[in-house]
Design a protein around this ligand. Structure first.
Ligand code: 26V
Length: 825
């Protein structure tokens, strides 16, 4: 046996082989027999069976990486919003029909078992889902890559509504077993916190610093398979779980204080207990900084100790690894690597800096200044005293450089300092990442432009070569092949199945947009997808949707800048026009407006908006006339699993953020790729979607970014729109006087006054333009043939938004790494 061909027992790729393996799992791992197995038993046995089929590829991929020592990518992310694993593993290993048939022969329904899986919700929204799409693409492209993150015991909260208001419940996703993970306690890593630093002279007479920590925890790695799509490759996602150190166990024996020892244990294990829901502003919470340092310290240690050959010369680290920093959450990795090199490996500062600045690259995912993370110096000094010293030194050196290149412009020096002075002394993590990273990228063309021009301007002037763009993408495996089997089959019938790993091939569908038969079949698929959604909403939420209506969908985290309120004002305006008799129901295109959104538990206004949506929905849906043509559906607990049924069913995709606020959006891409038309502003990736699909197939409205900025600068007055636009005034008045709150004007007064007095995201300024665009939507929808032509062109022209393309861009522009050869499939 050579290292490249590990000896692995792979079950036979046949129905009989599958059934044998499945029964073995059920009997020997699950400890039951088919006749007595619960649905969960059957699901767990199935998951483990599928896992067995991937094992040989996983071991082979790992062995190839160890053997060939290529440059690898480590994607450091505090969030991986994976979605369910079973379906993806089935399609990646080409086992779907074998599993279906094999299970059927045992009287088991594959689809029932699928529904049993609780998705790992280890992310808030776009940023976490992006990380999941990226690791899927890296595996599919055979790129040597590893994802590093945190194994939160509780993922994003489960949302329920009580009287229309959001209530959060813990997401105990691990409770019923976690068949997709492999714990490796033997590879635990020790992570230090607190304490102090001290100077000492080493045997060679050099002045050095060491960190004397105050306390420690252990990180236990849990490995997850990341299967490439039918390429014989399986990469690894390694998530860290916190444990108390064995010192705590010892305490039990030494001091007999059992209760105290257990308390300490609980304290340590809190670190990976819960995913922080992103707030209206990121708060400087101590536990969050602990989480960030915890996973980053574990990951660097792991890469150096486990994945590099023994005795590897760390001066050559940049040849072997690039750490991609997914937003600022993992940025503490930069001083951590400096600490390892200088304090532990005895590097000179300049040597260490030269290595470090070639090992990291940073992706920024926002434009809102209040969303940029800063950590109070006081907190950082208490938790990570050595790292704070290192950050100071990096800052001193950098500011000297700025001083010199600017001829002593002290104002500029202060603006660019990694340490903010007001309102309190704090470390600006985005600045640290920009100074130390080899590259800094935004996530859509417009976003990258605005990053340079507005957010990191001084840095873009100082390091113009660092700044680049990589437009986001989504994985076509999950969001087309798996989520939309009907459309997938139609596409494959027309152009073959190469599109699954080469999404540009969708271009070949363009001529079919003019083929009446193809359009008819496309509409058939859409109708079937709507039926599937109708069944889901009926059984999951008790919501009744008419599949004959236009499905108008707005799903995304609830944030003021995304402007769910603008969508709601459209709904209220329709309600007003119908109830006032201005519009006859016969003249209205019947539509179902679907919302899906979680609000951060501490974000007051977002939660008020959720309540308002539910209250407006209740009144609209209960109105005998209005509800004939307009309904609002707001299923609770929107997540990846729901998206997989919702996106393929949508007719209209709402992407209506104020221009210049949405970094990219990725939901917008998923909808277009599934043949929904977009109504959207000139923001984020909408800009590129519109350029690609063409103006005639996209409903553009609203201010442009320069217009919005200019208007803000000139002094934006939302009340003037209220005064001058009668339709808008009536909609707001309906809310204000309590039409949707049982006659009580107080209920939604905070929302109303927010709109009239401040309206930070210019909802009122864009209202009329949005209404006009919605009228264009209605006119277009009235011609089903023309609409489906546009929809087909949306599919054909959005292959660019594959995350495979994003990965190619990162490889070329930032990582300079190469794929491994495919593995014979
Ligand atoms: C956002 C906000 C917005 C309101 C103010 C406070 C606050 C705090 C944190 C965040 C999260 C920023 C990181 C994030 O999730 N960005 C999203 O990343 C996606 C993937 O690149 C991108 O498509 C979304 O446009 C972007 O919002």
């Amino acid at each position: 046996m050579t290292e490249s061909t590990p000896l692995i027992a792979t079950p036979e790729h046949s129905v009989e082989g599958f059934v044998r393996e499945y029964l073995r799992e059920l009997n020997f791992s699950q400890g039951t027999v088919l006749e007595r197995a619960s649905v969960n038993d059957k699901y767990l046995a199935l998951a483990r069976t599928v896992r067995h089929y991937l094992m040989a590829r996983w071991m082979r991929t790992t062995a190839d990486q160890i053997r060939t020592q290529p440059k690898a990518v480590a994607y450091l992310s505090a969030e991986f919003l994976l979605g369910r694993q079973l379906d993806n593993a089935l399609i990646a290993s080409d086992l779907e029909s074998i599993a279906r048939e094999g299970l059927a022969s045992l009287g088991v329904d594959l689809d029932e078992l699928r529904e049993e899986e609780i998705e790992p919700g280890l992310g808030n929204g776009g940023l976490g889902r992006l990380a999941a799409c990226f690791i899927d693409s890296l595996a599919t492209m055979s790129v040597p890559a590893i994802g590093y993150g945190i194994r939160y015991e509780y993922g994003i909260f489960r949302q329920t509504f009580v009287d229309g208001r959001q209530v959060e419940e813990p997401d105990n996703w691990l409770d019923r077993g976690s068949p997709w993970e492999f714990a490796h306690p033997e590879h635990e890593v020790t992570v230090s916190f607190g304490g102090h630093t001290e100077k000492y002279t080493d045997p060679s007479g050099r002045e050095r610093t060491r960190w004397v920590p105050g306390w420690q925890v252990l990180g236990v790695p849990y490995n997850y398979m990341v299967p490439g799509y039918r390429n014989g490759r399986v990469n690894t996602l390694r998530l860290w779980s916190a444990r108390a150190t064995h010192a705590f166990d010892l305490k039990i024996f030494n001091y007999g204080d059992y209760a105290e020892a257990v308390r300490a244990q609980t304290f340590a294990e809190n670190i990976s207990k819960v995913l922080y829901p992103e707030d209206s502003t990121p708060q400087g919470k101590e536990l969050r900084l602990q989480q960030q340092y915890f996973f980053v310290a574990c990951s660097l240690r792991d890469f150096i100790d486990q994945l590099l050959p023994e005795g590897f010369d760390l001066h050559r680290l940049p040849e072997r690894i690039v750490f991609q920093l997914n937003d600022t959450h993992p940025v503490i990795a930069i001083p951590e690597l400096m600490r390892i090199l200088v304090d532990e490996q005895g590097f000179e500062w300049d040597e260490a800096w030269d290595v470090t600045r070639r090992c990291f690259a940073y992706t920024c995912h926002t434009l809102l200044p209040e969303a940029l993370e800063v950590w109070p110096v006081e907190l950082m000094g208490r938790l990570l005293p050595r790292h704070l010293e290192i950050i100071y030194r990096i800052n001193d050196d950098f500011l000297d450089e700025v001083r010199e290149s600017s001829g002593g412009d002290e104002l500029l020096v202060r603006r660019m300092s990694i340490i903010a002075e007001h309102p309190e002394r704090a470390v600006r993590m985005a600045y640290l990442a920009t100074v130390a990273g080899a590259k800094v990228n935004g996530v859509a063309e417009l976003h990258s432009q605005l990053l340079r021009d507005k957010v990191l301007t001084d840095f873009a002037d100082h390091f113009p070569e660092k700044f680049t763009n990589v437009t986001n993408g989504v994985t076509p495996r999950r969001f087309l092949r798996l989520a939309n089997p009907g459309l997938s089959a139609l596409i494959t019938e027309a152009i073959g199945d190469g599109w699954v790993t080469d999404l540009d091939r969708l271009r070949e569908l363009e001529p079919l947009a003019d083929d009446a038969e193809f359009r008819r079949r496309f509409r058939e698929v859409k109708a079937a997808n709507k039926d599937r959604l109708v069944r889901l909403l009926a059984t999951r939420d008790g919501i009744d949707v008419d599949p004959g209506t236009m499905l108008d969908v707005m799903v995304k985290r609830l944030h003021e800048y995304k402007r769910q309120l603008l969508k709601l004002l459209h709904v209220v305006t329709l309600y007003d026009r119908i109830t006032s008799g201005e519009l006859a129901v016969e003249d209205v295109t019947p539509r179902t407006v679907v919302f899906g959104a979680k609000a951060a538990p501490g974000y007051r206004m977002a939660k008020e908006i959720i309540a308002l949506i539910n209250h407006v929905g209740a009144v609209v849906n209960a109105h005998p006339e209005v509800s004939r043509v307009l309904r609002v559906a707001f299923p609770a607990n929107y997540n990846v699993t729901v998206a997989e049924t919702l996106v393929p069913a949508a007719d209209l995709s709402e992407q209506i953020s104020l221009a210049g606020k949405e970094a990219s959006g990725t939901g917008n891409m998923k909808f277009a790729l599934n043949g929904a038309l977009t109504i959207g502003t000139d923001d984020g990736a909408n800009v590129e979607i519109r350029q690609l699909v063409g103006d005639e197939h996209f409903f553009l409205f609203g201010l442009t970014e320069p217009e919005a900025s200019a208007m803000q600068e000139a002094g934006y007055r939302p009340s003037s729109y209220y005064e001058e636009n009668a339709s808008l005034r009536r909609a707001i008045d309906l809310i204000a006087k309590g039409t949707f709150s049982g006659g009580d004007p107080a209920t939604f007064a905070p929302v109303v006054s927010n709109l009239l007095d401040e309206d930070r995201f210019m909802v009122l300024a864009d209202y009329q333009s949005y209404l006009d665009a919605q009228e264009r939507v209605e006119a277009a929808y009235a011609d089903p043939d023309a609409w489906s032509r546009s929809a087909v062109l949306n599919v054909a022209r959005t292959g660019f938004f594959s995350s495979d393309r994003s990965m190619r861009d990162y490889l070329d522009r930032i990582w300079h790494a190469e794929p491994l050869p495919a593995n014979g499939e």
